[in-house]
Each structure stands twice: as C-alpha cells, then as structure tokens.
Design a protein around this ligand. Structure first.
Ligand SMILES: Nc1ncnc2c1ncn2[C@@H]1O[C@H](COP(=O)(O)OP(=O)(O)O)[C@@H](O)[C@H]1O
Ligand SMILES: [Mg+2]
Length: 205
C-alpha cells in the first residue's frame, strides 16, 4: 500500500502532532525558568530541540513521501513508547505502557499507521483532555492485534461532534488495514481509542 495514499489533511495533522510536543516542552521550560530550576529548564529545551529536529526531518520526508525515520531503527511499539515518553517528559501527564503476547513482524505501512494513530491520540489528550494519566496497551492474541490508547481526562460526546482531521485520519488508516476503530468517550469519563486488526499469516507475509 503506497504511503502517499494518506490524504493531505492527515499528513498535516501528523506534522501538527510533532509540533505539539515541541510546544509542551517549551511551556515546561518556561515554568521551570520561572521557578528558577535551571537544570530542569535545560532538559526541557533539549527535548524541545530534539522533537523539533525530528518533526522537521518528518516534514521533509513527507514531502518526498518517505517513511517515518524512527521506524528505520525500531519497531513501532518501541518507537511509539519513545515518542510518548519524550513528548510528555516533565509534564503533569503520567504515562503507562503494557504489552502482552509476542508481536508478529508487522508490514511497514501498518507500523507507520499505528505509530501515527498513537501520536494523534496523545496529541488530542494533551490538547483537550486535561488528563492525569495516559495509558498505552498493546496485545496480540488469537491472530488479533489490539492497540488501546486511553486517558482519564474530560472526555467528549462522540455523537455530538464532527470528527476533525485527526480522528478522520485514524479512521482512514484503520480502514486501509481492514481493522476496526472504536472510540469510547463521554463527558468527565475520559477517552479510550481501540484499534483492532486481524493479523492472519497471509497479511503478514
Ligand atoms: N482525548 C480527548 N479528550 C477530549 N476531547 C477530545 C479528545 N480527542 C478528541 N477530542 C475532541 O474531538 C475533536 C476532534 O478531534 P480531532 O479529530 O483530532 O480534530 P482536531 O484535533 O483537529 O480538533 C476535538 O476538537 C476535541 O473536541
Ligand atoms: Mg486532533
């Protein structure tokens, strides 16, 4: 499946996700400076720099319809954990990760899709949820892969709102993979996004 089958708005929202991380880290640096915590401020600035550089590389690569660079070195799970940890480092959002079952080697476009879905879910949590916790779970059982992204923030009424580019992009990507996307959210009860993908031997080869 060609990478450039993803729509332009989806691409744009993915780049926005990267820059949200930069802003979060810069704001944390500002807070640290106002408390006189020099060392902490330096750490946040360093992370902001790293995230900005990565997003710039990403922007260049998407122009050329290339693949996310982190996946050159790591599988999507390791890459996703790294991005979530870097983006939320030193912020009030507490992250938790859990993986169950032996993950099969996933096709590269699937890894890209799952990575982007995870990033978008985190970006939405940071932008809208005012959550304390963000949990990422991955499981593989009975030839079914399940990625769950959950926050305990304010939530929203799924039926009353039109999807923005972020949720539309998630749907688009899950559809491409022949999977199912579930969004459970309600005011005051947080948000849970679940991606379920059938992984039979045929698809994996
Ligand atoms: N985790 C979340 N917590 C609270 N509200 C959310 C969350 N995720 C999405 N939303 C709501 O759903 C809307 C659509 O999200 P999205 O499709 O990503 O578009 P965008 O982020 O561009 O607004 C958001 O504007 C927000 O109101
Ligand atoms: Mg969004």
């Amino acid at each position: 499946m060609p990478f450039n089958s993803t729509s332009l708005p989806t691409k744009v929202s993915e780049l926005r996700s990267g820059f949200t991380g930069v802003i979060v880290q810069l704001e944390a640096a500002e807070d640290a400076i106002s408390c006189g915590c020099r060392k902490e401020a330096d750490d946040h600035l360093h992370r902001a720099g790293e995230l900005a550089r990565r997003s710039l590389t990403e922007a260049r690569r998407s122009v050329h319809a290339l693949r996310p660079e982190v996946l050159e070195e790591h599988n999507f799970w390791v890459a996703l954990k790294g991005i979530i940890k870097n983006t939320t480092f030193g912020t009030a959002l507490h992250t938790k990760f859990a993986a169950h079952g032996k993950l099969p080697e996933l096709p590269r476009p699937w890894q890209e899709n799952l990575l982007h879905i995870g990033q978008e879910a985190l970006t939405n949590t940071l932008k809208y949820a005012h959550a304390r916790n963000f949990e990422t779970r991955l499981s593989y059982k009975a030839r079914e892969l399940c990625l769950e992204l959950r926050d305990d923030g304010e939530g929203f009424k799924v039926k009353e709102r039109h999807d923005g580019v972020g949720l539309t992009g998630m749907r688009e990507r899950v559809e491409q993979m022949g999977g199912e996307l579930k969004i459970i959210s309600s005011r005051g009860k947080g948000t849970k996004i679940t991606v379920v993908l059938p992984c039979n031997g045929e698809l994996m080869s």
